[in-house]
Design a protein around this ligand. Structure first.
Ligand SMILES: [Zn+2]
Length: 482
């Protein structure tokens, strides 16, 4: 019968490996074998510093992987000495598996053999990659716990990461490692069946400026303009000055014209039509409060116009989430307060959701703190993790996975839904500076293709206030269609 996994019942994978760091090892092996491949596995303790993988009841065949990261000494754990040595060695992948390699047919070896060579005699296969250790490294954001690098918003910059320094920010390396592992397992045990996933585009929007500010006095407008002209990112050209000025002045005119959030021509109506044309279920993240008056919402999440927008979003099948304010990523009281305000606004409109997700304002993910704060506040998932300054795979994957808490040494309840690209990362002068034309489209299409190749999720963030011009709308529409 098609789809049936042979008459032998569900096979059990046996993993022999050391017993130190049991919770980190179980997290990595669960993530790879159980969650991603849908396989049942059992741990068999071993004193040998390696992973030996076999299938119960099938003697004589095995797969070996080196064990590097998870066997480092306690003294070096979460210390610079345990970080991968760069530049990384590269493993020339056998031709049969080259779909998962870079253009030169090689993959970077985060942890693994120093002179990476694999072997395969048909019964015993050896890969030179420490797949569990490398997956743990990327998914638990290990390096962000070790390195002190931060940008002006306290964020970990892409150029400090191993992926940034070694040129694989736009490769889903975790997904490629898992595919390479599966390819070897499938050759050894052709009757094994894996869990299949399918590619999805997940469009999402941070509701930063829905243009609801009460009309300010002309004096307030003048103050805003003055601040923008004097600020650190002050416009360099006439055109930029004009755009910056419009950003400040537009909301006031919009309100004067009584533009409704969702009327024809508005950013939201346009986004809803785009999603409907492509059959997408989008997520909209709302700011629930203020921790930094300069940078946070100019709207109250409980405002009737915002609630009206939420009702419309839900009616059209979209998801509502929390956009925690600028300084809330280290402040459990603030996140709880904002989450409550959002749910109260939703409850008022009888909007109920089984799961609630979050994405930090400014993608302000403070290493060591934000994941733990969101987890404690009871959020179900986070969708922040890409780099603000560069698109790509901060966690090495475009599939959702559970977070890991390095303080307790255990997995979290909070799941991480990696973000792959933010509009501003591509277009802004201070980040990739690719504008709105062909170069920006190509960069976004390429990461989308990388997600498609591993049947993952292309999660794209487009801000509600980045749809004012024809070229902004055109770029988003082209990327969604690609
Ligand atoms: Zn925001």
């Amino acid at each position: 019968m098609p789809g049936m996994a042979s008459g032998r019942g569900r096979q059990v994978i046996i993993v022999e490996c050391p017993v130190n760091r049991p919770s980190a090892r179980r997290y990595a092996l669960d993530l790879i074998l159980k969650e991603r491949l849908g396989l049942k596995w059992k741990w068999r303790p071993s004193t040998r510093r390696a992973y030996r993988i076999s299938v119960a009841g099938v003697p004589g065949r095995s797969l070996r992987l080196p064990d590097r990261l998870l066997s480092v000494s306690d003294q070096d754990w979460l210390q610079p000495a345990s970080l991968p040595r760069t530049p990384l060695a590269r493993w020339q992948v056998p031709p049969v598996d080259q779909a998962w390699a870079g253009t030169d047919g090689a993959v970077p070896v985060i942890y693994g053999k120093h002179s990476p060579v694999g072997s395969d005699d048909g019964l015993k296969v050896s890969l030179p990659l420490d797949v569990p250790g490398s997956v743990f490294f990327m998914c638990s954001r290990y390096e962000e716990w070790v390195l002190p690098d931060r940008d002006e918003h306290g964020r970990f910059p892409s150029h400090a990461s191993v992926a940034g320094r070694c040129g694989f920010l736009t490769e889903p390396i975790v997904d490629h490692y898992i595919e390479l592992l599966w390819a070897a397992m499938h050759r050894l045990w052709p009757h094994l069946r894996r869990r299949e996933t399918s590619f999805r585009t997940m469009l999402s929007h941070d509701v930063d400026r829905p243009y609801l500010e009460p009309l300010k006095s002309l004096k307030d407008v003048a103050t805003d303009v003055h601040a923008a002209l004097r600020g650190e990112n002050r416009p360099a050209t006439r055109e930029e000055a004009w755009l910056a000025g419009r950003e400040i002045v537009d909301p006031h005119f919009a309100l004067r014209r009584r533009t409704l959030l969702t009327e024809n021509g508005s950013a939201f109506r346009w986004l809803l039509d785009l999603a409907a044309r492509h059959g997408l279920r989008s997520a909209f993240y709302f700011l629930g409060g203020v921790t930094d008056p300069q940078r946070d919402a100019s709207y109250a999440v409980g405002h009737p116009a915002l609630r009206g927008l939420m009702v419309l979003l839900r009616r059209e099948g979209h998801e509502i989430g929390l956009h925690p304010s600028y300084a809330s990523g280290t402040d459990i009281t603030a996140i709880r307060r904002e989450f409550r305000a959002l749910r109260r606004a939703c409850a008022f409109e009888r909007i109920w959701q089984a799961k609630w997700g979050a994405r930090m304002h400014y993608l302000r993910w403070i290493p060591k703190e934000t994941a733990r704060t969101l987890d404690k506040a009871g959020l179900d998932y986070d969708a922040t993790l890409t780099y603000a300054d560069h698109i790509g795979f901060r966690c090495g994957t475009c599939h959702e996975f559970p977070g890991f808490d390095h303080v307790t040494g255990k997995p979290m309840r909070l799941r991480l839904r990696p973000l792959i690209a933010m509009d501003v990362s591509v277009t802004s002068r201070i980040y990739m500076n690719l504008g709105f034309g062909e170069a920006a489209f190509t960069a976004l299409r390429d990461v989308k293709e990388a997600c498609r190749a591993v049947n993952g999720n292309f999660t794209l963030l487009w801000h509600d206030n980045r749809l004012a011009t024809e070229e902004e709308r055109h770029l988003l529409a082209e990327v969604v269609s690609a």
